[in-house]
Design a protein around this ligand. Structure first.
Ligand code: FAD
Length: 605
């Protein structure tokens, strides 16, 4: 039986053997954590996820969200599991102890969140979403705001949200029409309608603190004129008790393709003219404040997709080992030969290894970026901090979108492994595919992430940040060249990395030229090939660690695992990277058809 949710052996490999997390634990702020305590925390999280959260996944999907006259009920089975999450303080694992969190290292909280998100994304987010709200208030709030809101958000007694989207302001947040008028007492009266608000209303907590983007009357159009306000569902009195209901109400919930246990709410602010909000930070710096939450939310979205993919892959491997169908290829003509588990069939093996390549690569990439965030904050020198903070910032669109897109594809392939059974709702792979799809839509769609990479990230610091990413890849390639059996793979990856450097120059120049529209028509394939190359890097890196362990005499129980690393890198580099080189050729050629075609040429008129 394959392990549920996340392959623990792989998680341990990534954290301790590949990313050398122990070196991070030397930092003074982690003095209460050592390898043993970290392992224990992850094991506890795994138990909670498997025993208490996973059983709510299919049930929550079936019962879904219920809306009645402004009230929203989450699936009944969520209540007990939610209480256990809060009792264990899992929602605040990585939060600063000064704010009431436990200050665990980022890689520990990411590992725990992997289990929770794989077990039930919709459920866990009710508890964890307030983190972003609390952090924003901590960074930009007044002392009174901090005291009033943060403690109860961190314990999960109160929830947190983010209110950006409006019907005419989705990707283009700057088009929002919610307004704010200043009152004599310094508060603001807000008026507007928000849509698609995750956890905008629900029955799992006493109060909900909404960070709301709005424009103060008279401020300029676009993102530069946006401010951010704290809008509590219930007012909070000076003694901390709850007061009247604010004039912010849920007017409906969406019926969605997936994540049926997640409340996606339409919110009306000020339908009685009495929605009161409190400015967070200074006027017109709303986007800057909100971006603190958005970057964290983008990482979390990547992790959400990876978690769906990892669980779907575990289920698919398990099914392939158990499902008996067809004879071995060599016994094709022998009708008396026994039928075998489908994992014996070459095409199923290819598909499983395809899935494993991406799940493993994404797993390493996520923890690599988590370590960049940690090193960016805690690195020993200013130079180290800057280097890793820059890498983290530059790769945010990749972690968000590449994991979303490939994670969803892995879920789809898991359905394929199950055959007809996979297409039915009796098996979780079908739900994972539905639940995962949203990751490439919210927190900025694929198209928006691709534009961000091309327009902002690629050219940061005159392209030096991108070059430093390529240098990191070259270090692994150089190490692999010195390892017997990996030298050929290293040479192939080097070709891809060099080619990526070339097309990045082409894309950068094209984006600044009269052909800029053509460049942006290829921006998503460009974001994808960056991700594809990152996967090759991560898998070769894994193979170098595993090969070294094998050479030094790995324990018997680890041998197949390490050999699996080498075979996965071989598969990816030999069968998938050639396709990536083809995609790079197409990007470089820059076919303008998508721009040149007349609108009417798309047909259907
Ligand atoms: C389940 C769910 C939960 C959500 N939770 C929240 C939440 O908690 N808070 C919140 O504020 N929002 C939330 N959202 C909203 C989400 O962030 C938006 O749906 C998303 O940003 C896209 O906006 P849109 O739906 O208006 O699509 P549009 O902006 O209309 O985009 C439609 C298509 O056009 C493309 N497109 C649009 N503009 C451009 C451009 N300039 N260049 C290239 N392509 C472009 C997009 O990539 C997309 O493919 C949620 C959405 C969903 C589905």
């Amino acid at each position: 039986m394959a392990q549920p949710l996340v392959d623990r052996r792989d998680l341990d490999f990534v954290i301790w053997e590949q990313m050398d997390a122990e070196s991070l634990l030397k930092n003074d702020i982690y003095k209460d954590f050592n390898k043993k305590t970290c392992d224990m925390i992850i094991t506890e999280a795994r138990t909670l996820a498997i025993k208490e959260m996973l059983p709510t996944l299919a049930e929550g999907d079936k019962q879904g969200i219920r809306f009645d006259k402004g009230n929203v009920k989450v699936p009944d089975c969520f209540h007990d599991a939610h209480r256990l999450i809060l009792e264990g303080e899992w929602q605040s694992l990585a939060m600063d102890p000064a704010l009431g969190g436990q200050g665990a290292p980022g890689f520990v909280s990411a590992a725990c969140a992997q289990y929770f998100l794989a077990a039930n994304y919709a459920l866990f987010v009710y508890a964890s979403m307030g983190n972003g709200t609390a952090k924003m208030i901590d960074l930009y709030g007044t002392p009174e705001q901090k005291e009033k809101y943060i403690p109860n958000i961190v314990t999960g007694k109160w929830g947190g949200t983010m209110l950006l989207t409006e019907s005419e302001a989705g990707s283009d947040v700057g088009a929002l029409e919610t307004t704010a008028r200043k009152n004599d007492d310094g508060s603001y009266t807000l008026s507007g309608n928000k849509i698609f608000i995750t956890n905008g209303e629900h029955d799992l907590c006493e109060n909900i603190i909404h960070p709301v983007l709005a424009r103060i009357e008279g401020d300029p159009p676009g993102t530069k004129g946006i401010s951010i306000f704290i809008v509590p569902k219930y007012f909070v009195n000076d003694d901390g008790s709850l007061g009247e209901h604010n004039d912010i109400v849920c007017t409906g919930v969406e019926e969605k393709h997936g994540i049926h246990g997640s409340a996606t709410c339409s919110m009306a602010l000020g339908s009685k003219g009495q929605c009161i909000g409190y400015l967070l930070g200074t006027p017109k710096e709303g986007m800057k404040v909100m971006f603190n939450m958005i970057n964290g939310a983008r990482m979390a979205t990547g992790l959400q997709a990876l978690s769906c993919a990892s669980s779907a892959y575990m289920l698919a491997v398990n099914y392939a080992r158990e499902r008996i169908q067809g004879r071995n290829l060599e016994d094709f003509k022998d009708h008396s030969a026994p039928s075998v588990p489908i994992i014996k069939h070459p095409d199923v093996r290819r598909n499983l290894l395809w899935m494993k390549s991406y799940v493993d690569g994404m797993h390493s990439f996520f923890h690599y970026l988590t370590s960049c965030a940690t090193r960016g904050a805690l690195g020993e020198t200013e130079e180290e901090r800057e280097r890793f903070a820059d890498l983290f910032d530059m790769l945010t669109p990749s972690i968000k979108d590449y994991l979303a897109v490939r994670g969803h594809e892995v879920c789809i392939q898991a359905i394929q492994v199950y055959g007809g059974a996979g297409y039915c709702q009796d098996y979780l792979v079908e739900q994972y595919a539905r639940d995962c799809k949203v990751a490439s839509i919210f927190e900025g769609t694929s198209g928006i992430q691709a534009m961000d990479m091309l327009a902002r990230k690629l050219g940061r610091k005159e392209g030096r940040v991108f070059m430093s990413l390529l240098e990191e890849m070259q270090k692994t390639i150089a190490a692999a060249k010195g390892i017997d059996g990996l030298d050929g793979l290293a040479a192939d990856l080097e070709k891809t990395v060099n080619r990526l450097a070339e097309i990045s120059m082409t894309m950068g120049k094209r984006a600044m030229s009269l052909e800029f529209k053509v460049a942006f028509a290829h921006s998503l394939p460009f974001l994808n090939v960056i991700g594809d190359t990152l996967m090759g890097w991560m898998l070769l890196w894994r193979a170098t660690v595993a090969s070294t362990k094998l050479t030094n005499g790995a324990k018997k129980k680890d041998t197949a695992f390490y050999q699996g690393q080498v075979k996965t890198a071989e598969f990816y580099i030999k069968t998938i990277l050639p396709e990536v080189l083809g995609k790079m050729n197409a990007i470089e050629a820059g076919c303008p058809a998508a721009i040149d075609i007349e609108d009417e040429g798309f047909g259907g008129l």
